[in-house]
Design a protein around this ligand. Structure first.
Ligand SMILES: [Zn+2]
Length: 283
């Protein structure tokens, strides 16, 4: 690999490493060197796709992906278990790696089942009278025919004007737009506040709508924050912002990094616990 490619790779890795996952479940086995001579490829052994395995006497399925990475990686999300492995690693080795991490995998899968159940319970009803979490409280949606213009927050309810024939998707899009505008305002103010304390500013920041991450920080000092954070309590939003800002100073998760987070946001342990219990099953 030439120097530039190596550098690009390092930055790509850094960007990955510095994201704050919703579900921080990607773990890696120790790096393994590729064999000097590729083994004769047995197509069945190499195949990608869905496979079954028995773990701790439980039958489960996983998705196998062949990737360019040099390690076997596991990730669990609401859709189940995915294993990524280099082409030269056979099924037997993958299954022994799965067995080694069996307790962790089963625990995470259980946590995701609970999470999915909780999400269904908390799902927003996109209709008049439905409620939406907003900075930790719930605001009630009120479709008011005589209301004109943009949605407007009045105490604990959001007045919305919609044409009589509007459906729930239009209501959802309108409220999402309003929430994203509030996220932009709120996050900008908090970034400015904590940047002053830190003495460092991000080179730029933007909202993201990533499915699996609350925030990320790249090596060039650019921060992305998931707009859905606007649903969470203010202190949790503050924690995520402080976490990403601290990466401007420490591009890692070292003790020094956590020291910086602690200076900005002393209650970070409680916030992490909250995220784990509510949205992020495990780290
Ligand atoms: Zn981080």
């Amino acid at each position: 690999m030439n120097r530039l490619a190596r550098l690009a790779r390092r930055f790509a890795d850094a960007a990955l490493q510095l994201t704050l996952p919703l579900f921080d479940l990607d773990v890696q086995r120790a790096p393994r060197e590729p064999p000097s001579r590729a083994p004769s490829p047995d197509r069945a052994r190499q195949a990608e796709g869905t496979r079954a395995i028995r773990l701790r006497s439980q039958q489960l399925q996983y998705k196998l992906r062949r990737s360019r990475r040099r390690t076997i990686g596991f990730s669990v999300d609401e859709y189940g278990l995915t294993v990524s492995a280099p082409r030269w690693v056979g099924i037997a080795e993958i299954e022994s790696a799965l067995d080694e991490r069996g307790d962790w995998i089963l625990r995470k899968m259980g946590e995701f089942r609970e999470l999915v159940a909780r999400r269904e319970r908390d799902a927003i009803q996109w209709e008049h009278g439905g409620s939406v979490p907003f900075l930790g409280r719930r605001i009630v949606l009120r479709v008011v025919p005589q209301h004109r213009g943009a949605p407007q927050l009045e105490r604990e309810s959001l007045a919305i004007s919609l044409p009589p024939a509007a459906d729930s998707r239009q209501l959802r899009d309108l409220v999402h737009g309003w929430l994203q505008a509030r996220a932009r305002e709120h996050f900008a103010a908090r970034i400015a506040h904590f940047s002053r304390h830190l003495g460092v500013q991000p080179s730029r920041w933007a909202l993201s709508s990533a499915r699996t991450r609350w925030g990320s920080c790249t090596a060039d000092g650019s921060i992305r924050l998931n707009w859905r954070l606007i649903h969470l309590p203010e202190r949790i939003v503050d924690y995520v912002i402080c976490h990403e800002l601290a990466h401007l100073v420490e591009l890692n998760h070292s003790a020094r990094f956590w020291g910086t987070v602690g200076e900005l946001f002393p209650e970070h342990r409680e916030a992490r616990r909250w995220l784990r219990e509510h949205n992020e099953p495990g780290e």
